[in-house]
Design a protein around this ligand. Structure first.
Ligand SMILES: [Mg+2]
Length: 109
């Protein structure tokens, strides 16, 4: 399977937006779209793993599809605001590792 880095993801989304999408929606619109997509993701998860019984059509979209939709909009927001997701992710991992190194040691699951 083709390897895809976060930089590849951002570049491919940018290429698509410029060649096919004809430009980015404004950040506020993309924020609303991200909210919509997280709602769609929540719908799949609550019906697949939670107590809700699916209505007809509820599971037409897969968890995989909805996660990818969220990832797409995150890449759009990063691209249009100049965020390098690779660097942002490295910083997030460092922050979480330092902050949470011992956080879960004494918790019972
Ligand atoms: Mg979706």
């Amino acid at each position: 399977m083709e390897q895809l880095t976060l930089a590849d993801l951002q570049r491919r989304v940018d290429d698509w937006i410029r060649e096919i999408g004809k430009g980015y929606f404004p950040p506020l619109a993309n924020m609303a779209i991200l909210t919509e997509e997280t709602g769609e993701l929540a719908r799949v998860i609550v019906r697949k793993y939670g107590p809700q019984v699916p209505k007809p059509g509820d599971l037409d979209k897969s968890l995989e599809e909805e996660l990818a939709d969220v990832l797409w909009v995150v890449a759009c927001l990063a691209n249009q605001t100049g965020v390098d997701l690779t660097e942002a992710f490295r910083k997030a991992m460092k922050k979480k590792t330092e902050r949470d190194r011992t956080r879960f040691r004494n918790t019972e699951s």
